[in-house]
Design a protein around this ligand. Sequence first.
Ligand code: NAD
Length: 489
Amino acid sequence: MFGYMKYNRVKNFINGNFTSINSEKILTITSPADGTFLTQLPCSNSSDLDEAVNAAKAAFPSWSKTPIKERVQVFFRYKFLLEKHLQELATLGSEENGKTVSESIAEIEKCIELTEFACSLPQLVTGETLEVSRGVECRIERVPLGVVASIVPFNFPTMVPNWTIPNAIALGNCMIIKPSEKVPLSIGRIAELLKEAGLPDGVFNIVHGDAEIVNAICDHAGIEAVSFVGSTKAAQMVYRRVTQNLKRCLALGGAKNHLLVLPDAAPDMTAQNVTASMSGCAGQRCMAASTMVGVGPVNHIIDKICMEARKLVPGENLGAIINKASQERIERYITEAEQQGAAILVDGRNISVPGKENGTYVGATVIDYVRPDMAIAKEEIFGPVICIIRTNTIDEALAIENANPYGNAASVFTQNGGAARYVIEKASAGMIGVNIGVPVPREPFSFGGWNESKFGVGDITGKSSIEFWTKLKKSTTKWNPEAGVNWMT
Ligand code: NAD
């Protein structure tokens, strides 16, 4: 039906080699940007997973015993390779995900920053030693868990995998990654670069597939810990299943981020930030602005947001939506809000991009007079859409923010420090921005939301991730040969 396929059929990466997947279930991968037939993805089964776990298990004794200062040398070289292949990785990521090449470049730059953090891990995991009584020493050291798994979503084909790969592996674990079945290509290049950087075979493995292989990962007795990033529904399922199997799990879910805009906010800066936050990666970011809560008279800022939104041209400086089903879902939300009385100030429905007619696009959309009870105000949209809810007070705005079940990010735009501080205190989200539309903490600060945006303890990146990927060994040592000495004194 599709004819020419641009890339070879996707393979797993096990024990340092690409291996064919024998499966009847084969998914077709097309570019959301223009519909180009990219590749086919056969879905792995549990015996493919067994093979990967066995390879990782076999690699673990040697890798975990390699001193950490030696392990991070791989990541110094990997960082250099990411820099060297930045443009190529960005082009591939843009092709399979549909985001613009410049968004994809920013994604690879973030991978470089994540890798730099991993290179600093030897300074952060030095352990602790104390002489607790005469001649007796207590020592705490961090040791790796063993074989761990990382399950990732479609929206950042390289960045989200790199939230976990450098830290988990530099800390001595061996990893199985399950990429999104919607974007299976970039991760193969990451495997090649890790190998070129000197990572021993079996330390990093890829098992492609869909929900079936996710379930197999949750249940696999050889896997010690599972990190997950994706929708809240899947995150809840994975968290329940992994912890039911008595293993550790950190599962990041969806989001519905609120930006509170006060009348004293700097108009141009605010309009640019709100628009960039809702439309970057076509709104397919867990940190995207979804609802703007206008506190008092903010029409002058809304006018500027509409002007900014109209500057976004799908297929040029606004990327594609991952697939037709998502495009239709986003358009349904907009239509339903319109039918319920909201005002569509900028309408991104029914877009056709000349020359990319088979691409899936939604234009930037600004919707005013949204009410908190509308579906578009309550649910994750995951498209370039900003809903504006009007309130009179910060407390009303915060009540709306607090009532949403998610808790990834919230931001406030104001020149008033007291008001900003109040929002930091009262917003129910893990990552707060003041005059920043996408408040992603930079390394070494960690990334993670609250409420239904994250299940489990700790965060997925930065210093907080060290806890997740290691366990503590406590040793108490005495070399005094005398008998009859009470060593507790
Ligand atoms: P998704 O939940 O559909 O898929 C994520 C992963 O889970 C994929 O690898 C997929 O194969 C697997 N999966 C999907 N359904 C499953 C099921 N029923 N059982 C078991 N496994 C399943 O998410 P997506 O559409 O790829 O990504 C978008 C979602 O990810 C959004 O909700 C977004 O907010 C969220 N996200 C969150 C963060 C965060 O940091 N909180 C970051 C990026 C994306």
